[in-house]
Design a protein around this ligand. Structure first.
Ligand SMILES: [Zn+2]
Ligand SMILES: [Zn+2]
Length: 262
């Protein structure tokens, strides 16, 4: 069984925790080292017990506390080569044996098989992850400009998914963001909207998805209630007879309940 917990999620910082009986990993470290430590302590996880930190991409909301946290607790950090090159300042602060590379090939960390996959986003070589353990699959996919066939094929057959629901188009349109930033968010390498998240979840429900958590919500261009409502409306429309699906929204600064994927 997997246990998953969102520690921080949103445009202001991202960090998630995943464990089996014997393996504990962190995905991204986009909060200060102190805050990451506090959030792990709140779920009774000792930072020294972490086996690895996986990095999706080098944007600061994913690596803010990385080098300080990883160095303090001697945790190996896994990223692809282009991402490491794009966060050279963080790499310099780590011990050589902490710097681990992956490519878009499955690899094992303890008893979890990790499959990184490419996502369309304006970073060096950004990725999502699927995790496999005892025939169960769960996935994390945030910072996605649009859902490609390749992304969808990796997410298929996940029981649980943490998916980005970054913005509501009407709210973004009216926000005070500069035009170019709005274009970036809307664009094919920016972020995923609420309705796109709803359509993706709805489709994946045909392929074994039982629970989903909406994450990486924009502070300026979205509201948790609106993201939830938009996605629920899409799911009711497409799956009117479904009544056991579990949908939640990750809180920006609060640790989520622990999700069990079994
Ligand atoms: Zn990003
Ligand atoms: Zn991000």
């Amino acid at each position: 069984m997997f246990q998953f917990c969102s520690l921080y999620s949103g445009s202001s910082g991202n960090c998630s925790f995943l464990q089996t009986n014997t393996t504990k990993i962190l995905i991204d470290a986009g909060q200060t080292a102190k805050k990451i430590e506090e959030s792990l302590t709140s779920i009774s996880v000792a930072p020294t017990s972490l086996h690895a930190i996986l990095i999706t991409h080098e944007h600061s909301d994913h690596i803010k506390g990385l080098s300080i946290f990883a160095k303090k607790f001697h945790i190996p950090v896994y990223a692809n080569e282009e991402t490491w090159n794009a966060m050279a300042q963080q790499r310099e602060k780590l011990e050589k044996e902490q710097i681990k590379y992956f490519s878009f090939q499955p690899f094992l960390l303890g008893d979890i098989q990790i499959e990184p996959f490419p996502i369309p986003h304006d970073a060096a070589n950004p990725c999502g992850f699927t995790f496999l353990h005892e025939n169960k699959k769960m996935s994390i996919a945030t910072d996605i400009g649009h859902i490609t066939q390749e992304v969808m094929s990796h997410l298929t057959n996940s029981s649980f998914l943490l998916l980005e629901a970054n913005y509501e188009p009407e709210v973004l349109k009216c926000s005070s963001y500069p035009y170019l930033l709005k274009q970036r968010i809307y664009g094919p390498n920016g972020h995923l909207s609420n309705v796109e998240a709803g359509k993706t979840i709805s489709y994946l429900m045909n392929y074994g998805l039982k629970q989903a958590m909406l994450g990486h919500l924009s502070k300026e261009n979205n509201f948790p209630e609106l993201a939830y409502k938009t996605v629920v409306e899409e799911l009711i429309q497409q799956h009117p007879m479904e009544n056991s699906f579990h949908l939640s929204v990750a809180n920006r600064f609060e640790v989520s309940p622990i999700i069990e994927v079994s």
